[in-house]
Design a protein around this ligand. Structure first.
Ligand SMILES: [Zn+2]
Length: 52
C-alpha cells in the first residue's frame, strides 16, 4: 500500500521516499491516491520505475 504524504503547509502529495522534496515532517497521510496536487518529481519517478 502506498502512503501519500504532505508536509505542514505543503501543497503537493509525495509518495516516493527518494523524492528530493519528500517531507521530513509529515503533517498529512492518506492511502487513497489524491486526484490533484501530486508532486511532479514523484510522478516522473513513478513513470520511470524509480519510486522507492
Ligand atoms: Zn515528490
Amino acid at each position: 500500500m502506498t502512503d501519500y504524504v504532505k508536509t505542514l503547509g505543503g501543497a503537493e502529495y509525495h509518495w516516493c521516499k527518494n523524492c528530493s522534496k519528500y517531507p521530513s515532517y509529515i503533517a498529512e497521510r492518506t492511502t487513497i491516491r489524491p486526484e490533484e496536487h501530486l508532486c511532479d518529481e514523484c510522478l516522473a519517478n513513478e513513470g520511470g520505475d524509480d519510486c522507492n
